[in-house]
Design a protein around this ligand. Structure first.
Ligand code: BYC
Length: 475
C-alpha cells in the first residue's frame, strides 16, 4: 500500500505531489485509516455501491459530483478554500496583522488541541453510527447515512492533513491517536462527552444530526476566521458539507413527526399505547429524545466561564460565530456577558468578563439556531391539526459541563430537589422502555421506494433523483 501515488489517488488542491515528506507521512497514515474504516466503519457496507456526492474540488461544480461508488473506494480528498495573500486577522490581540500561514511556536499547543478535538469528533460519529445501516428505514435514508459517514471520514482527513503538515512528529502521533480512541470505550474514549454516547436507533441518529452536527456548524464557523489561515480555509470547506448533515436530521425528525401525526388523525387518538401498537413513535417520546440530544449537545460548548476560551480568542485562534458581521471592537477586553448559575431555590444571572464567557456566547447563538428548526417541526404538527408542540428544554436542564453541571433543573427551568429530579427524570429523558420501544420499530427496509411504517417518505429525492431511485446497489 505504501507505493500509492497520493497526488493522483487523493484529490487535493494543496499540491501534495510537491511535498514529498508530507506525501510519505500521509501514505503511512492512509492504510491505518482504511483498516479503521474496515473495522469500525459502517457495518455490512463493504460491497454496496452507494449514490454518493464526492468532492473533487472546491469550485461550485466540483464539490458535489454524484455517482455510485463503493464506500471503501470513496476518494477522501484534501481541500482548502482558496486563500488570499493579504488576509488580515479580524479579532483578538493580533487584530489587523497578517494571517499566519504557519503555526507560531507560542500557540502551537493550543492550536493542536483545537485541531485534535475537532478531528476526534469525526471518526467518533462514524463509530457511533456504524450499526445503523442494518436497520435503515429506507434505501434513501441508508444512502444519506452513508453520505454522512464518508464525509465525516473526509473531515478527519482534513484535520489529519493539518496535523501532518504543520505539527511535525507530535502532529503525526496525534493523527495516529485519532484512529486509536474509540467512541464509548472505557479505557480510551473519544474526547468530548456526546461522542461517547450510543446512537442506537434512527430517531437518535436524526436528533444527533440535527443537534450535534449543528455544534459542528458553530464550532467550524468559529474556526473559519482563525488567524491560522490553513485552519480557516479547511473549515470553510468542511462547512459546505455540514449543511446536508443537518438537513438529514431536520427532515428525518420532520418525517417521523408527520407519520405520527397522520396515524394520530387516522385513529383519532393521542393515546401513547394505541399509537405504539400502531407502530409509530408517540410525540412525548420524541420530546424526550429531543431533551436528551439537546442537553448533551449544549455541553459540547464547554464551561460557561473558561480561560481557555478567552485565550483562544485573544490569541486569534478561534472567534465567535460570524465574527466578521459583528459590530464591536473584536477585542472584547472591557465587555461583559451574562451567564447562569444555579443557587438554592433558583437560577441567578451573573455578569462576567465576556472573554471568559465566549463558550457561552457560542452556546447561546447555537441555541437560537436550534430553536428555529424545532419551530419548523411544530409547523408539521400544526398543519396536521395536532395540538402538541415540541420544545427545546431550558439550557440548565440535564447539564454535565460548566457551572450548571449537576444542577437539578427541569426542562421548564425550575430548580427542584435532587430527589424530585431523579423521581421525574423518566418524564423528561428517554427511559429504557422508550428506547426498547423505538428499537423494536427498527427493521431494515431497503427496497427502492419503500419506507418503514414509522416514517413518512421525503418530498423529493437526492440530487433531483426520484424517491424510488436505487440509491444503494447491494452486491
Ligand atoms: N466533554 O475550559 P473548558 C463536530 C473539558 S462537533 C468532555 O470549557 P474549552 C461534529 C475541556 O476539554 C464540533 N470534556 O474547555 C458533529 C477541558 O479539559 P481539561 C467539535 C469537556 O477548551 C457531529 C475542561 O473540560 N469541535 O464537528 O474552553 C458529527 C474545561 O473546559 C467537554 C470543537 O469542539 C465535553 N463536552 O472548551 C461529527 C472545536 N467540554 O483541559 C462532527 C474545538 C469541555 O481541563 N474544541 N470539556 O482537561 C474547542 O474549541 C474546545 O475544546 C471546547 C471545550 C469548546 C470543546
Amino acid at each position: 500500500m505504501s507505493g500509492i501515488n497520493y497526488s493522483e489517488k487523493i484529490p487535493n488542491n494543496v499540491n501534495l505531489s510537491e511535498d514529498r515528506a508530507l506525501q510519505r507521512a500521509l501514505e503511512q497514515w492512509q492504510p491505518n485509516f482504511v483498516n479503521w474504516w474496515d473495522d469500525i466503519g459502517p457495518e455490512g457496507s463493504t460491497d454496496s455501491e452507494v449514490y454518493l456526492r464526492t468532492a473533487v474540488s472546491v469550485e461550485p461544480q466540483g464539490w458535489a459530483q454524484f455517482g455510485h461508488v463503493k464506500m471503501r473506494d470513496y476518494r477522501w480528498g484534501i481541500f482548502l478554500n482558496p486563500g488570499s495573500d493579504d488576509r488580515t486577522i479580524g479579532f483578538g490581540d493580533h487584530k489587523g496583522e497578517k494571517a499566519w500561514t504557519d503555526v507560531p511556536g507560542e500557540y502551537r499547543a493550543n492550536l493542536r488541541r483545537i485541531i485534535v478535538t475537532q478531528g476526534d469528533t469525526e471518526p467518533a460519529s462514524v463509530e457511533q453510527q456504524r450499526h445503523l445501516g442494518l436497520t435503515a428505514p429506507s434505501m434513501y435514508d441508508l444512502r444519506n447515512l452513508y453520505q454522512i459517514n464518508v464525509e465525516e471520514g473526509r473531515h478527519l482527513w482534513a484535520m489529519v492533513y493539518l496535523l501532518h503538515k504543520h505539527f511535525g512528529r507530535d502532529g503525526r502521533e496525534e493523527a495516529d491517536a485519532l484512529l486509536e480512541r474509540r467512541s464509548g470505550d472505557e479505557d480510551n474514549p473519544r474526547i468530548l462527552g456526546a461522542f461517547n454516547e450510543a446512537t442506537p436507533d434512527w430517531l437518535s441518529f436524526f436528533m444527533f444530526t440535527y443537534f450535534t452536527d449543528r455544534d459542528g456548524k458553530f464550532q467550524l464557523s468559529a474556526l473559519t476566521e482563525s488567524a491560522f489561515d490553513p485552519l480557516a480555509r479547511t473549515t470553510k470547506f468542511m462547512l459546505t458539507e455540514e449543511a446536508h448533515h443537518m438537513f438529514v436530521g431536520e427532515s428525518g425528525v420532520a418525517r417521523t413527526i408527520q407519520r405520527t401525526a397522520q396515524v394520530m388523525n387516522e385513529l383519532k387518538t393521542d393515546d401513547v399505547n394505541r399509537l405504539r401498537a400502531a407502530g409509530v413513535i408517540d410525540l412525548p417520546t420524541i420530546q424526550r429524545y429531543l431533551n436528551f440530544h439537546f442537553s448533551v449537545t449544549i455541553d459540547l460548548f464547554g464551561a460557561d466561564e473558561s480561560s481557555n476560551a478567552a485565550t483562544f480568542f485573544s490569541t486569534g485562534l478561534k472567534s465567535r460565530y460570524e465574527e466578521g458581521k459583528r459590530e464591536d471592537d473584536h477585542i472584547l477586553k472591557d465587555k461583559t456577558y451574562q451567564v447562569l448559575v444555579a443557587k438554592e431555590g433558583g437560577l441567578e444571572v451573573k455578569e462576567v468578563p465576556m472573554l471568559n464567557a465566549l463558550n457561552e456566547v457560542l452556546r447561546d447563538d447555537y441555541i437560537k439556531d436550534s430553536v428555529a428548526g424545532v419551530e419548523r417541526w411544530n409547523k408539521v404538527l400544526t398543519k396536521a391539526g395536532v395540538p402538541f408542540q415540541l420544545r427545546v428544554p431550558h439550557k440548565a436542564f440535564n447539564r454535565n459541563i460548566g457551572a450548571l453541571a449537576g444542577a437539578n433543573v427541569t426542562p421548564e427551568g425550575e430548580v427542584v430537589s435532587e430527589a424530585e429530579w431523579k423521581a421525574r427524570a423518566g418524564e423528561w429523558l428517554p427511559s429504557t422502555e422508550d428506547r426498547a420501544f423505538v428499537a423494536s420499530l427498527m427493521g431494515r427496509v431497503v427496497e427502492p421506494g419503500k419506507f418503514a411504517n414509522w416514517i413518512a417518505p421525503p418530498v423529493v429525492g437526492i440530487n433531483r433523483m426520484p424517491v424510488d431511485f436505487d440509491y444503494v446497489r447491494f452486491n
